[in-house]
Unconditional design. Structure first.
Length: 268
């Protein structure tokens, strides 16, 4: 998406607050291109975790971004610092599609999507209230930032079957963990190039590789090639940190006609 076309005017959008709903979900926040809410299962598990989804109901023709939005997009962000008894919120992402809008290529969704999130309580047995500041971009011919606070009291309706079913469906839609017959193998590259060999079931023409630019990495669009009957993705490294991180890795998703898997690859 063209950065000059992203509307970041606070007067146009502002920070809106959605009132709590009488369920284990927030009220909907409406914007020009769709609406968004938080839905939870209500009850924490024994470890003090509550599952939920950031439910994004896009209008026809509108799109939103994956965890890596490209060079000018707005990735979904969720800040729970104003919450009560919530220590962490971790977003996950279904397999994206690759889009080309004429200004650039990027990864995201052109259909309503639910992004799974796990809320971890600070004290597992104590009450919690989720006050989540949400920021994401939704796009038609221009991109509009959606900025709001969504509030959920998980204990207000802890046995809501509809909410629980929506959350379960969101987690079920996530990519499976990568495995030897469906995943990637990192090949030798250089300071400016990430090269991976992909293994997957299904039609090679349907396969695609997505890597998230995190920890100050930025990647270009993968280039496909074939070597010894194997599908190779060569990814330009457009920017990188001055020092290569030694902990963790980069999130990737590999898609094929048989589904999708995800994993972490070492920092190049």
């Amino acid at each position: 998406m063209q950065s000059l076309k992203i509307l970041l005017l606070g007067a146009a959008i502002g920070l809106a607050t959605a009132l709590p709903a009488a369920a284990s979900s927030s009220a909907w926040y409406n914007s020009e291109g769709g609406k968004v809410r938080l839905v939870t299962t209500g009850k924490p598990d024994d470890a003090g975790r509550i599952q939920g989804v950031l439910d994004i109901a896009l209008k026809p023709g509108w799109k939103t971004y994956w965890r890596d939005p490209g060079d000018a997009g707005v990735p979904p962000q969720l800040d729970i610092s104003a919450s009560t008894n919530i220590a962490e919120a971790r977003l996950s992402f279904p397999a994206p599609q690759r889009h080309d809008d004429g200004y650039g290529k990027w990864a995201g969704y052109d259909y309503p999507v639910s992004l799974p999130v796990v809320f971890t309580l600070s004290a597992a047995k104590d009450p919690a209230v989720i006050d989540a500041d949400i920021f994401l971009g939704i796009c038609e011919t221009i991109c509009i930032p959606v900025q709001t606070r969504l509030t959920v009291d998980p204990a207000s309706d802890p046995d809501n079957a509809d909410d629980a079913a929506l959350v379960k469906a969101g987690f079920t839609a996530l990519p499976s963990p990568a495995r030897p017959d469906f995943g990637i193998n990192v090949l030798p590259g250089d300071h400016e190039t990430l090269i991976v060999e992909a293994s997957f079931p299904g039609d090679p023409q349907a396969a695609d590789f997505f890597v998230a630019g995190e920890r100050d990495y930025m990647f270009g669009s993968p280039v496909r090639s074939e070597k010894d009957g194997k599908l190779i993705f060569t990814v330009p490294i457009l920017d990188r940190p001055s020092t290569t991180p030694t902990d963790g890795g980069l999130h990737y998703t590999l898609t094929s006609s048989a589904g999708a898997v995800e994993g972490l690859l070492p920092f190049p």
